[in-house]
Design a protein around this ligand. Structure first.
Ligand SMILES: Nc1ncnc2c1ncn2[C@@H]1O[C@H](COP(=O)(O)OP(=O)(O)OP(=O)(O)O)[C@@H](O)[C@H]1O
Ligand SMILES: [Mg+2]
Length: 307
């Protein structure tokens, strides 16, 4: 690679706290018990550090969503966790065995400690209630004592964070564009300031500018609030830009896990190298726009434009 390397991840949020884990996935195996059982996640282990952005990349069908669902305990038959453990390390120092939580404990855990933006998130909102009601219900389910004024203020605040006009609180999901619905889901995931946000292809319905605005906001919030993000996407160049570390999955296995910088410069696994090679943009200029707000890939400078 030449001097036109991308500005890589590794922002202040995760620096110097490598031992401070918020989630440990240990030898996790998830099987779909169908006629020909599919081992969608095979013996996967990873540690998510407090305040870090961990990218999860890999081709379609490699098991990314299955892994994310298992961490939330949202997997349903025929999916079954066949082996392994998932431990959440709460801010107060308490360890939570996620696979042992009761249904009531799970309901308290989700959104509050760990939230998820689902793949195809724009269809995940309840179609028959307004944005206001959905945000309010989630807030009150976890913070029953919250005043109406505080609920309203918080709902407006999260919408503003993701660039949705708070006047949209009165809207029903079908009255919003796909991109707006997706942003509302991201707002919902931020609502209770969880310690972990898992985002599964959260920005696919958004245009590039809006996508980058939202990612910048997520990076900024991470720096401010110190939550950890697992960011799942096919877009490896994007991951290189925003992630502190990147895990690469292939056929259910995590075949490589390293800092964005090392992964970019010295990928070990042949599949990672192939994946890197499949993005022409990675051999050209790529800016740290999301972190710095300065787009170094203006049309005049970009390799794409010169090509
Ligand atoms: N309900 C199911 N029954 C049987 N197999 C399933 C089921 N859901 C997923 N699988 C299989 O599990 C594997 C992993 O699927 P998963 O959705 O986790 O992949 P993914 O990495 O998220 O893919 P994508 O990038 O396309 O979203 C695939 O082989 C898929 O066919
Ligand atoms: Mg998926």
């Amino acid at each position: 690679m030449t001097t036109t390397a991308p500005v890589l991840g590794g922002g202040p949020g995760a620096a110097g706290r490598a031992s401070d884990a918020v989630l440990t996935i240990d030898h996790l195996t998830v099987v779909y018990e169908v006629d020909q059982p599919v081992t969608a996640v095979k013996d996967a282990s990873l540690t998510l550090h407090r305040g870090e952005i961990l990218g999860l990349a890999g081709e379609s069908g490699c098991g990314k969503t299955t892994l994310a669902y298992a961490v939330n305990r949202l997997h349903r038959p025929p999916a079954r966790i066949a082996a392994g453990s998932i431990t959440f390390h709460d801010r107060g120092g308490q360890d939570v065995d996620v696979l042992a939580l009761t249904d009531a404990q799970l309901r308290a855990f989700r959104w509050d400690k760990l939230s998820m933006v689902f793949q195809g998130a724009m269809n995940a909102l309840n179609p028959v209630t307004t944005v206001r009601a959905q945000l309010r219900d989630t807030l009150l389910a976890h913070r029953p004592g919250m005043s109406r004024a505080a609920v309203r203020a918080r709902s407006e605040e999260v919408l503003e964070r993701v660039g949705v006009d708070p006047r949209r609180l009165g809207s029903y999901p079908h009255e919003l564009s796909g991109g707006m619905r997706q942003r509302v889901m991201i707002a919902m995931a931020m609502l209770l300031e969880p310690q972990i946000m898992i985002m599964d292809e959260p920005t696919t319905a958004l245009d590039v500018v809006v996508q980058r605005e939202i990612l910048r906001e997520i990076v900024r919030l991470r720096d401010e609030l110190d939550f950890a993000v697992v960011f799942i996407t096919h877009d490896l160049p994007l991951l290189l830009e925003i992630s502190d570390r990147i895990a690469v999955m292939l056929a259910g296995e995590i075949v490589e896990l390293d800092t964005a910088d090392r992964l970019y410069r010295a990928a070990q696994h042949p599949y990672t190298r192939r994946l890197l090679g499949s993005f022409p943009s990675l051999s050209g200029a790529r800016g740290g726009f999301i972190r710095t707000g300065v787009d170094e890939t203006s049309p005049a400078e970009s390799t794409e434009a010169q090509a």
